[in-house]
Design a protein around this ligand. Structure first.
Ligand code: SF4
Ligand code: SF4
Length: 467
């Protein structure tokens, strides 16, 4: 039996405009103002302020946050972390990941829509674009115009402003890894070294490219989070949702029609104005249901609420709500998935806190002299030589004393008390001498203990070798 051929039609997202048939469709985001836009501007401003100011914060006379990869040391508010302490950072990442899962299970991708740097910078760049080139229609018109002095001027101003912001961003970012005051001074006087300059140029191009050109493709094609976030969703997760039952059938109608007349025409509340699509930074139509491209930014909520107000309808045709709430079911906050994420999150916070609380201000490693296992002195005693590697994990100087446990009446050659500068590591040679008569075995295990003035002690096991 031969069926009817299926009609296929190409659909172009409403917010996207095809500039070249083979290239990505450019999205011209329409600006919108409303409660959610104000909230997002607030959170974006908070993120930018924290990001820009943090590296300038000082603590105990030093940069409060400095991730010094060259010296293999991380300084965090007076605490110095060495490669051995990377478990702390691992815990921090695990806590952040579970906090994100927990928030996602409750409120969907609010991180993406409100705090993700990609979103914050994209909205900032779009704002600049609008200030320079005008509203959405003017920008579309400008892009389709042939080259003119006015077009070149507008494009130059826009790209220059984007590059200035991208450079400030890159300088700040690199300032987390190298002392920012010196970095900015060297940048201003053109005295930057090769690597700082390389990374500043690299991150400038990344910011400029991501927020100016790639925009939504970062979220839809490169960000792994958008791919697996739906596994954290359930029917009670709050996401941006279109109320299909209320909105359909969609269609334009004169504003002056009464509710009764609209109903008689078989129309729902959606007037099919397409504004929700034009304001969408990823160019999708939320009326088609939940899509992985949706970053939960709520721009379509503001746009639609504005339309509803103009039409004299109730707001909330598009809103932050859950599938169950739309069906009129009571919202269930405490559900297995949320409780599960919360319990795991608490356990991870407890583990991180334990690591932080029990973190010692010092660390020690003992290296035996491998060339000479032991040596006999003229008076018949036995000597072993060690190098103590002592790390000061605080940012202030610490005076430490050295002792041993497990050796019979040791005699030390070398300083038993020394001062280590903040965040520094010293290699301290020491020789231990024992009376040969007191040594009972070829290999005697013992501990070397380093104690600071506050009584905090760290120890490392070693052996005393004879024969
Ligand atoms: S903004 Fe609201 S009314 Fe306009 S098309 Fe979107 S859902 Fe329909
Ligand atoms: S559909 Fe709405 S909430 Fe989702 S990305 Fe687009 S504008 Fe933002």
């Amino acid at each position: 039996m031969q069926g009817k051929p299926i009609q296929i039609r190409n659909i172009t997202p409403g917010g996207a405009v095809e500039i070249h048939p083979t290239s990505r469709k450019k999205i011209y985001i329409r600006s919108v103002m409303g409660k959610i836009e104000r909230l997002r501007r607030g959170t974006g401003l908070l993120f930018l302020s924290v990001f820009l100011l943090l590296p300038w914060l000082s603590y105990a006379g030093q940069q409060a946050i400095l991730l010094d990869f060259t010296a293999q040391r991380f300084h965090l508010f007076g605490m110095t972390m060495w490669p051995q302490d990377l478990t702390l950072l691992a815990w921090l990442f695990i806590v952040s990941a579970f906090a994100l899962f927990f928030v996602t299970a409750l409120w969907g991708r609010v991180w993406c829509g409100f705090m993700c740097p990609q979103t914050v910078f994209t909205f900032l760049f779009v704002w600049i674009e609008e200030k320079v080139e005008g509203a959405r229609n003017k920008r579309i018109h400008l892009d389709h115009q042939p080259f003119s002095l006015q077009k070149v001027l507008k494009k130059s101003v826009k790209h220059s402003l984007w590059l200035v912001i991208a450079t400030i961003t890159a300088l700040t970012f690199v300032g987390y890894f190298t002392p920012i005051k010196t970095l900015v001074a060297d940048f201003a006087t053109f005295e930057l070294g090769f690597w700082p300059l390389f990374f500043i140029v690299f991150f400038t191009l990344c910011t400029y490219g991501n927020a100016g050109w790639m925009r939504e493709t970062m979220c839809t094609h490169m960000c792994p989070y958008s791919r697996f976030q739906s596994s954290m969703f359930d029917n009670d997760t709050v996401t941006v949702t279109y109320d299909r039952a209320r909105g359909e059938s969609r269609g334009p109608r004169p504003k002056k029609l009464s509710a009764e007349q609209v109903k008689t025409m078989g129309l729902g509340d959606c007037i099919d104005c397409n504004l929700c699509v034009q304001v969408c930074p990823t160019g999708i139509d939320i009326r088609n249901g939940l899509q992985y491209e949706c970053i939960n930014c709520g721009a379509c909520v503001d746009a639609c609420n504005g339309v509803m107000a103009k039409m004299g309808y109730e707001p909330g045709l598009i809103s932050f709500t859950s599938a169950n709430a739309l069906k009129g079911k009571a919202a269930a906050l405490l559900r297995p998935k949320v409780i599960g994420y919360f319990i795991v999150l608490l356990c991870m916070i407890a583990a991180l806190s334990f690591e932080l609380i029990t973190k010692k201000p010092l660390d020690i490693d003992v290296v035996r002299d491998r060339a000479n296992l032991y040596r006999e002195t003229l008076n018949g005693s036995i000597e072993n030589v060690y190098t103590l590697v002592i790390m000061n994990k605080e940012q202030h100087a610490q005076k430490v004393s050295i002792s041993t446990e497990g050796l019979p009446k040791p005699v030390f050659h070398g300083k038993l008390s020394l001062t280590i500068e903040g965040g520094q590591m010293v290699r301290h040679p020491i020789t231990i001498e024992l009376d040969s008569q007191s040594i009972e075995q070829a290999v005697t295990p013992f501990s070397i203990i380093v104690t600071n003035e506050s009584g905090d002690a760290v120890n490392s096991d070693s052996t005393f070798i004879f024969r």
